[in-house]
Design a protein around this ligand. Structure first.
Ligand code: NAP
Length: 242
């Protein structure tokens, strides 16, 4: 047990999740780092967080596995002594035009990007209700707002997260639990490594792709300073959706 607040971030070994972990650690949070299989990246993130003077531990499990999520949340609460912030960030893409999209790719994306938020939030909220405080941040996408050819599965999952966010915010506000979503635009991570940044930037009012740190700052705002903010979808996209 420490006096630091505790954040559990799914998919925190790399990319946006890793940047969120570092930003919240700088704000004094102890961090539980979830990841799927990249031990090297997870260990590096944990070491970098510990260098910032906070407690950090990695948890390897599949966010699409309900029982694994329940166990991980329980383990984190036991190890860290509570849970103040849950960031449902882990996600994958399995792109393809709908006419050629098979059920396997549909289910993989829905389970990993949407059902995971239910699997993680369900046990987390039980502790937050007892604490009478908590904050959940769901990593949606501009694609969940606008749709995107070739991403019916991903857009459905990300749009689902927005409905999930607004509903939980209404149900849990009286318990002092805030629930928000972030809709990132194109952010430079492994997920977008095949996109041409110069070509993409032409369509973005701020004329650049986002960096993981741009999203991490929004997560920190919602977790730390946004005490009167709930049920919102915060676009962090360089003005792409206006
Ligand atoms: P990324 O660089 O590909 O990193 C994905 C992270 O999720 C990794 O930590 C990975 O763990 C973890 N992960 C993947 N599948 C998992 C599973 N089944 N169980 C547990 N962890 C799993 O992705 P990113 O670009 O940072 O994206 C993070 C989130 O932001 C995603 O939800 C994504 O949809 C969303 N987003 C991204 C963009 C963008 O432009 N990049 C835009 C909008 C929204 P391992 O390292 O172990 O594989």
């Amino acid at each position: 047990m420490t006096d630091n607040k505790v954040a559990l971030i799914t998919g925190a070994s790399r990319g946006i999740g890793r940047a969120c972990a570092i930003e919240l650690a700088k704000a004094g949070y102890n961090i539980a780092v979830s990841y799927a299989g990249n031990d090297e990246a997870a260990n590096k993130t944990v070491a970098d967080l510990q260098d910032l003077g906070v407690k950090a531990k990695a948890y390897k499990f599949d966010v699409a596995d309900k029982d694994a999520c329940a166990k991980a949340v329980e383990d984190v609460i036991t190890e860290f002594g509570g849970l103040d912030v849950l960031v449902n960030n882990a996600g994958i893409t399995r792109d393809g035009l709908f006419l050629r999209m098979n059920a396997e790719n549909w289910e993989a994306v829905i389970n990993t990007n949407l059902s995971s938020a239910f699997y993680m939030s369900n046990p987390a909220i039980k502790t937050m209700v007892k604490q009478r405080s908590g904050c959940i941040i769901n990593m949606s996408s501009i694609v969940g707002v606008m749709g995107n050819a070739g991403q019916a599965n991903y857009a459905a999952a990300k749009a689902g997260l927005i409905g999930f966010t607004k509903t939980l915010a209404k149900e849990l506000g009286s318990r002092n639990i805030r629930v928000n979503a972030i809709a990132p635009g194109f952010i430079q991570t492994d997920m977008t490594k095949d996109l041409d940044p110069t070509k993409m930037a032409e369509h973005i009012p701020l004329k650049r792709l986002g960096m993981p740190e741009d999203i991490a700052k929004a997560v920190k705002f919602l977790a730390v300073d946004g005490e009167y903010v709930t049920g919102q979808v915060l676009g962090v996209d360089g003005g792409l959706v206006i």
